[in-house]
Design a protein around this ligand. Sequence first.
Ligand code: UDP
Ligand code: MG
Length: 162
Amino acid sequence: MIERTLVIIKPDGVQRSLAGRIISRFEDAGLKIVGMKMNWIDDAFAKEHYSDIGERYGKRILENLVNYIKEGPVIAMILEGVDAVENVRKITGSTYPNEALPGTIRGDFSHISKNYANKKERKVGNLIHASATSKEAKEEIKLWFSIDELHNYKTVHEQHTF
Ligand code: UDP
Ligand code: MG
């Protein structure tokens, strides 16, 4: 199934000047960029985006996470491709960078662990967000992008193969 998913380069990814290399990982795998923008996230929007985190991890982690996502501007993009949600999560790697495999974005560019972060009461800085399920992707795309910010065009691969 061709589907769309949301990726956000979080403030640490932008501040470390990794945006180009992160985007390249997805382009290299053949995923198509259909929308992209740079934004500062405010408190209300952060809480809406991370609406399930309080329930899943508790109030303290939610607070750290909301502060994390507001530390600087983020780059948000919609990627399209075959089973895009699952493929993008594969390229992203596990939530905790110390557990993320080499070759993934989180595994290659970070190494912080859940234990360290939580002992120090710090965020788990893991460079990017990627929608975890198709349902989450649909909701997040609607939250982050309006219809006129999403673009229809053919990549050269599509022009030559279909
Ligand atoms: N997070 C954190 N501490 C934790 C667990 C999660 O700071 O103990 C942050 C981390 O940045 C993660 C985000 O919360 O990316 C959202 O958590 P989720 O479980 O949805 O992970 P993801 O879908 O990003 O892999
Ligand atoms: Mg998640």
